[in-house]
Every structure is written in C-alpha cells, then in structure tokens.
Ligand binder design. Structure first.
Ligand SMILES: *[C@@H]1O[C@H](CO)[C@@H](O)[C@H](O)[C@H]1NC(C)=O
Ligand SMILES: *[C@@H]1O[C@H](CO)[C@@H](O)[C@H](O)[C@H]1NC(C)=O
Ligand SMILES: *[C@@H]1O[C@H](CO)[C@@H](O)[C@H](O)[C@H]1NC(C)=O
Ligand SMILES: *[C@@H]1O[C@H](CO)[C@@H](O)[C@H](O)[C@H]1NC(C)=O
Ligand SMILES: *[C@@H]1O[C@H](CO)[C@@H](O)[C@H](O)[C@H]1NC(C)=O
Ligand SMILES: *[C@@H]1O[C@H](CO)[C@@H](O)[C@H](O)[C@H]1NC(C)=O
Ligand SMILES: *[C@@H]1O[C@H](CO)[C@@H](O)[C@H](O)[C@H]1NC(C)=O
Length: 656
C-alpha cells in the first residue's frame, strides 16, 4: 500500500472511530511483571505531562515457520544445507505485513496520535512517537512510575499494560513499559588486584543483595572467576588437571594448530565496556605460551564510541577479555580474532547494542535509538564523557562465528523481549552465522546464585526456589556452551567431567521457549532414560521446552595473564571461545574447498552426537539441590559433550 493511500484510509477511519466510543473496545493485558528485577526499586508516579518516547514493535511475518527455515539451511539432511539467506531475503520474509502496520496506525489515530507524529524505519518493524505520560497511560491502561537502580540509574516503567484485543496478533512489544535489560554503567572505582575468596558460590550468595547483574560491570556475576596465582606456569600435558594451556585444549579435543588465514574468516569475540584487555597482558601471555604467534592484538571493531579502556585495572574488568582472547587467538592462529568492543565508558551497551551494530534492520531507528531508551545504551550519549556520535545501526560487518561470554537470566526480562532478541539470533543463523554463548556459571541457579521465589517470582538468595535459567542460553537459535573440567589427578586423555570446581555449568530448561524441532528426539530420550527427581516446583517439566546447554568445553584452571600476573581462571566464559575457535577452524577448511560457513550448528550436532565426547559425570548444583546429572547422551549440564575435532571436521566437510 502506498503512503498516500494509508493516509486516505486513516482519514476515513478517523471519522468511523470518533463515531464509536473508544471505551467499548475490549482491552487485554499484553505484558506484565510481578516485581521489578532485584536491585531496582519503585519510586513516585510520573507526572501526566512528562514526555516519553513510545516505541511499538510490530509482529513480524512468518515466525511460525522459523524451524522450517532454519532446518532448510542447517539440517544435515536438507537439500538446501548451507544455502544461507541474504540480508534482503531475511528482511523481506519477516517484515510486518501491511495489515499490521495499518491496524496499529488506525488505533493510534483513533487516540489522536496523528500519522505525522509517528516515525517508522525502513524495516517497518517499529513505530515511534513522543507521547505525554497521560496519553500513554490512557492508550495502554497503565500507570507509569520511576524506578531507581542501586547503582544510580533511573528507569521509567509500568507493571502491566493493555491493548485492544484485536491488536494482540499485530503488536509484539511496547516500550517503555515492563522491560528492564542489563546495561553497563560507568566502571566502578578500580579495585586493583582484588582477590575473590573461594568457594565462589558462597560469595555470590552473600553478595546477592549488592550484585548489580549488569553486563560488563565489574560485579557482573557472569564474569569469570579468579583462582590462585600461577608462579611457575607449566606447558606440559602432565598438568592439565591443574593448569589449562593451549596444548591441553588441543590434546583434549584432538585439534591441530591452525595453518592458514583466510581473509574473511576472523573469529568474532564480543566484550562490553568497561571490560577490556591490556596489551601488556597479551604480550606477557603470548611470550610464555605461544611465542610463535605473530599477531598479539585482536582486530578491533569499536561499537558506539567504545574504547578498549585502560584507566581501570583489576581482575574484574580485565579478567573476562584476557580469558576470552588469549587462548582463542592462540588456538586459531594464524587466523585472527575480531574483537567487537561495545559501548562507551559512561553509557556502555547491551546485547541489543551489539545486534543493532551488525544488523541495521534490528535497530528501532536507522541511525538513532535502539530497542528501549531506558535500558539499552542510547547514543548520542549527552552525559559528560559520553560518546556524541550516532548509535551504530548496521555499521559493523558480522563475522561468521561469534562467541559471547556474557549472560543474563531469562527472568530478568519479559518473555516478549527475549523472544524478539532470540529471533534476531535466528536471522543471523539463516545468514550463516554461528553464535555461541556461555551457559552461565551457577548451575541451575541464575547469575550470582539466585533462584526464583515460586510465589512472588522475585529472586531469592539461592538456598531454595525455582531454577533460574540463563539468557540467551535458552534461546533455541544459539549454541549454548557449558563447562567441563579435567578431574584432579586425571590425565588429559581420560574423559572430562562436568565442571564442579569454583563454578557449575549453567543448564536446565527454559520458562519461555518451546523446544525447537532439532532437539525433539534427543529430549525424549533424555526424559525416557533419566528419572528426574524434581517437579514443576523446580523447572518446567512439561518436556516441551528448550533444554540447554547444547555442548560444552573445558572451563576450569585456564592460565590467563591479567594485570601483569598469571592467574587460574574459571568459567563457561572460557568454554565458549574455546568451542568457537574449533568451529572457526572448520569454517577455514570449508572455505578453502569453496564451501560456505557452517552457520547455525545445532541441527547438525543433535543429528550427529557421535562427533562430540559425551560427558557422563558431575552435576550442576544450585537452588539447594544437586542440580541435574551429566549422564549418557545429552543432559542439561554438559549438553551433547565436548568437541572431537577430527570427527566434527569430517562431518562438516561431508556436507555441501
Ligand atoms: C521526540 O522528541 C525528541 C526530543 O525533542 C526528538 O529528538 C525526537 O526526534 C522526537 N521523536 C519523534 C518520533 O518525534
Ligand atoms: C570478503 O567478504 C567481502 C564481503 O562479503 C567480499 O566483498 C570479499 O570479496 C571477500 N573477500 C574474500 C577474499 O573472500
Ligand atoms: C591506554 O589507552 C589509550 C587510549 O586507547 C592509549 O593511547 C594508550 O597507549 C594506552 N596505554 C597503555 C599503557 O596501554
Ligand atoms: C536464604 O534464605 C532462606 C529463606 O528465606 C533463609 O532461611 C536462609 O537463612 C538464607 N540464607 C542465607 C545464607 O542468607
Ligand atoms: C588434588 O589431589 C591431590 C592428591 O590426591 C591432593 O593432594 C590435592 O589437594 C588435590 N587438589 C585439589 C585442588 O583438589
Ligand atoms: C511449561 O511450558 C509449556 C510450554 O511452553 C507451557 O504451556 C506451560 O504452561 C509451562 N508450565 C509452567 C508450569 O509454566
Ligand atoms: C542424579 O543421580 C543420582 C544418583 O544416581 C540420583 O539419585 C539422582 O536422582 C539424579 N538426579 C537427577 C536430577 O537426575
């Protein structure tokens, strides 16, 4: 429909609408939340004349066919395997229908919000207009309050909102309403060489009231955990139970050294400011463990005014980047790593800021504003020292493999918000991108060891309650990576166990996402072969939801150079870049024979579990329970298992 036609129809409709009283329209609650996330407290009601930017995310077309599309390009039995989609094909397939655009505009017009006040990006995915709080409250039958974060941020939100019943299939999400996302704030005052006492899960329990749970923050509980300082680093295969170095990982997964460096095959690793590496640590680490590697600095792609900051130094701001980059760069060399550093040091960024940068069709507005003005990094950033440039909207190219060692809890966000973000990962999968996320370090509990109070839905101290799954781990269109360990006293040739040292592999079942088709057979075997002693009071045991993680890799005792010394480091934060490195090497081999990248991995891996080393011991305790067991076949602790590189390579090379 042409724009002029819309205006004509709207004008006709305005007459019709004003003739029928609005109060007769039946409204239904569209989204609600029982309590604000921990660390946020509700303050006073907003004044009716304050202005807020309202954004309406429209329902995209064809989402009911997502599993079919993903299987077409990613399932090993498909005739279209590897025939990835173009960005234009993705945009065309999923953009909202003209009927949706029309229905929502008509509703707004009926409320006196003229089409001239509404902005729409080219993707047609969103509509944006400025409204007074009074207008928004009557439009959405909501009450707006200010919320304060203990670290000082403010956020505008309501507890629930309603829309007319006939729009339920057209409106996905409206902001600002009930959503809170993780956003990085300014770095905390430097805590030089701070030491974390063990065992960590006890620390986290004590810390639950103050853990900010904000991505990239020094106190973000998804950061890796520091162990002892290593005085005499040993690079032999005899000590892999106490020190993991690149030769240990190559021995565990039977992986060779890299030989070639394809031009378009860098491995993407994402970091959120203020997390940053120090070049002096890179130099120190490579000198000791990989002296032959020439490039000791990743290629940097700076998003939203990011800098690789070096003014704040401590394990809690340097540990994550050092860990993610050092082993991965050594494993894939001479292939290179592209570091996506996201966010300035004032405002920083979220998963959505990264997604905006690599996919312009995801941004709320081309060149301006991301999903939620209150929760995602907003650019230009007017605060002192903030980045004055525009939001990066489609300005960065995506690598074909991306590893992200950060996670939040699924319950931090509303189901519509996580579903929308998850669909973005699906679209990247259709375009041939493999996305790997660490599954979390607190077993069946959430970040910081928190669990969910079954009555109120609020987080508790983790001694009881419902399991608290991680996000994006529960999104069915990413590959979630859990952690394993070489048992104390065990050889690098012996089977690994689920990691139970300092951290516990994040795993469990989603409370939001249904099981994708690639997981169905595996999951019915899992439930048939294991008698799970927990019921619906602990997790969604309907056997119809997404289970995670998908795979695992070593996550204990990595020797990492941080702030001028070698430290043992623990976390699924280590597992994700290690697994991603091997995927990147497989892509290198495929590209060399003229094939494309592997893209979304899960359908192929679930159909071929024999290419992974099944892990059958250990568990992932949390919420006052021993958690799940690592057992024969897939399990919600270590997934299908760790990579067997030669077998994985052979399988992926056999596919078109
Ligand atoms: C809303 O108001 C702000 C501030 O005046 C302005 O920059 C922005 O463009 C407006 N947005 C819309 C959709 O009109
Ligand atoms: C790398 O990718 C870009 C963009 O897709 C393409 O234009 C270029 O030809 C590729 N280079 C090589 C060496 O394949
Ligand atoms: C710290 O970062 C700044 C800005 O990126 C850079 O110019 C400087 O060389 C860095 N200093 C050190 C010691 O790495
Ligand atoms: C955690 O909460 C439970 C139930 O409220 C309480 O009994 C327990 O003492 C708390 N534990 C800690 C370590 O605070
Ligand atoms: C590993 O095992 C040895 C010998 O059994 C024991 O002395 C040592 O304390 C153990 N180390 C750890 C970290 O558990
Ligand atoms: C479990 O998930 C299923 C499928 O999404 C859903 O229908 C059901 O309501 C969920 N059960 C609980 C107790 O949340
Ligand atoms: C784990 O294994 C133990 C010992 O076999 C068993 O008692 C327990 O029920 C299992 N737990 C789960 C979650 O499967």
């Amino acid at each position: 429909m042409r724009a002029q036609d819309v205006v004509k129809i709207l004008a006709a409709l305005a007459v019709a609408v004003s003739a029928s009283p609005i109060s007769t329209t039946r409204h239904v609650v569209h989204e609600s939340r029982s309590a604000p996330p921990s660390d946020w407290s509700k303050q006073g009601r907003l004044h009716a004349t304050s202005a807020i930017p309202v954004r309406i995310g429209l329902v995209q077309r064809n989402l009911h066919r997502v599993d079919e599309f993903i299987d077409q390009v990613s399932h090993p039995f498909s005739n279209h395997y590897g025939k990835h989609w173009s960005a234009a094909q993705v945009a065309e397939t999923f953009s909202p229908s003209p009927e949706t655009v029309f229905a929502v505009k008509s509703w707004l017009h009926g409320f006196g919000i003229e089409p001239s006040r509404i902005k729409t990006p080219k993707s047609r995915n969103w509509m944006e207009f400025n409204a007074t709080v009074g207008e928004a409250e009557s439009l959405l039958k909501a009450e707006y309050h200010m919320y304060n974060h203990h670290a000082g941020h403010k956020h505008v939100a309501c507890e629930e909102y309603s829309i007319p019943a006939h729009l339920v299939d057209h409106v996905d999400i409206i902001t600002p309403t009930v959503h809170f996302d993780k956003k990085i704030g300014a770095p905390r005052r430097a805590q030089t060489h701070e030491r974390l006492p063990e065992p960590l899960y006890e620390l986290n329990r004590r810390d639950v009231q103050t853990s900010s749970g904000i991505l990239g923050f020094a106190s973000d509980a998804s950061n890796p955990k520091q162990g002892d300082e290593v005085k005499n680093a040993l690079m032999t295969l005899d000590n892999c139970d106490t020190m993991i170095t690149p030769p240990c990982l190559q021995a565990l997964y039977n992986a060779p050294s890299g030989k070639t460096a394809g031009k378009n095959n860098t491995l993407g690793i994402v970091e959120f400011t203020p997390q940053a590496f120090l070049q002096s640590d890179m130099d120190m680490w490579f000198k000791e463990f990989a002296p032959d590697v020439k490039q000791k600095t990743p290629n940097t792609n700076l998003i939203d005014g990011a800098i690789v900051q070096n003014t704040s130094e401590s394990f809690s701001v340097n540990g994550e980047s050092s860990l993610d980059l050092q082993c991965a760069m050594a494993l894939i060399a001479p292939q290179q790593v592209t570091l996506y550093q996201v966010g300035d040091t004032v405002e920083s960024g979220s998963f959505n800021n990264f997604l905006d940068a690599i996919d312009g069709s995801y941004c709320t507005f081309e060149g301006g504003g991301s999903t939620d003005s209150n929760v995602d990094g907003q650019y230009p950033d007017p605060q002192p020292g903030g980045f004055r440039g525009p939001l990066n909207c489609g300005g960065s190219t995506s690598t074909k493999v991306i590893s992200i060692s950060y996670s939040s809890n699924e319950a931090d966000l509303t189901s519509k918000y996580v579903q929308r973000q998850c669909m973005e990962y699906m679209k990247l999968g259709l375009q041939g991108v493999s996305i790997l996320y660490s599954s979390g370090d607190s077993g069946v509990a959430g970040n910081g060891g928190t669990c969910i109070d079954p009555q109120t839905g609020a987080y508790n101290n983790g001694s009881t309650g419902k399991f608290n799954p991680s996000f994006p781990g529960t999104c069915p269109y990413i590959t979630s990576v859990g952690a394993t360990q070489v048992l104390n006293g065990s050889s690098v040739r012996a089977p690994e166990s689920a990691c139970e040292k300092v951290i516990f592999s994040g795993g469990g079942f989603s409370n939001v996402f249904p099981m994708a088709s690639y997981q169905k057979n595996t999951m019915s075997s899992f439930f048939a072969q294991n008698k799970i002693p927990y019921g619906a009071e602990r997790f969604n045991n309907s056997q119809t939801v997404r289970g995670y993680p998908d795979v695992s890799a070593n996550g204990a005792n990595y020797v990492v150079a941080v702030d001028g010394k070698f430290s043992l480091t623990f976390g699924t934060s280590a597992s994700s870049p290690t697994f991603a490195s091997l995927v990147n090497m497989i892509n290198e081999e495929r590209l060399a024979v003229g094939k494309g990248p592997v893209g979304f991995l899960n359908p192929t891996l679930y159909a071929n579990p024999q290419v992974l080393n099944d892990i059958t011991t250990g568990g992932n305790r949390g919420c006052g329970t021993p958690g799940f067991n690592s057992t024969k076949g897939w399990d919600p602790v270590t997934g299908l298992g760790t990579p067997n590189y030669p077998k994985m390579l052979k399988l992926f090379m056999s596919l078109p």
